[in-house]
Design a protein around this ligand. Structure first.
Ligand code: FMN
Length: 181
């Protein structure tokens, strides 16, 4: 089972990255970390397809059976960095694949808009976005150790269990039919 985590915060110290790193380490997933990934601004030019970062992103996404998108909520939406990365991809990489969404907000009931925004965009690339989703606020993190607190870990684990369940179904039932479409 190959799961690809795409970390959507462009900030190296971003809380979203802490959540993404927890998933990557615990579940031994593949990783595209947009805080360090040298991805240009999508311009539609074919030459961008030859860039190593673009090739790597497309390869990892193509090989993935499932995805976790983690995004900060920035101005009521997903980060520009994540949307830009998704613009390099499409149905070829995402069609029918289970996708889990995790938003990290600044508090004050933020995060839902980023989740809704990601869900609409993932509909546009025919991903099979699972119903369970998660928002983490600043109290969900330990500011000193820069880690998730125990409750947040449990919530992330619960999201991952659900994603793994759907991914098993994708691998057993849907994936074998993909070549026939
Ligand atoms: C440009 C910008 C816009 C933001 N807009 C929102 C927002 O609309 N709602 C919200 O809850 N938090 C907002 N925040 C706070 C982030 O969601 C918060 O910092 C959170 O930790 C996730 O971002 P990070 O992973 O980059 O740290 C914003 C932060 C930045 C830098």
């Amino acid at each position: 089972m190959k799961i690809l985590v795409i970390n959507g915060t462009p900030r190296k110290y971003g809380r979203t990255r802490i959540a993404a790193n927890y998933i990557v380490e615990k579940y031994e997933t593949d990783y595209v970390d947009l805080a360090t990934f040298d991805l240009p601004l999508f311009n539609g030019e074919e030459a961008q397809g030859e860039l190593s970062a673009v090739k790597e992103l497309r390869k990892l996404a193509m090989e993935a059976d499932a995805f976790v998108l983690t995004s900060p909520e920035y101005h009521n939406g997903m980060s520009g960095a994540l949307k830009n990365a998704l613009d390099f991809l499409g149905g070829k990489q995402f069609k029918h694949k289970p996708t889990a969404l995790l938003a990290v907000a600044g508090g004050g009931k933020g995060g839902m808009n980023a989740l809704q925004n990601m869900r609409i965009v993932m509909r546009g690339v025919y991903a099979n976005t699972i119903p369970k989703q998660l928002i983490l606020d600043p109290p969900g993190f330990n500011a000193e150790t820069k880690t998730l607190n125990e409750k947040s870990k449990e919530q992330v684990d619960s999201l991952m269990q659900e994603l793994i369940m759907y991914t098993k179904a994708y691998i057993q039932v849907i994936k074998p039919q993909m070549g026939e479409q």
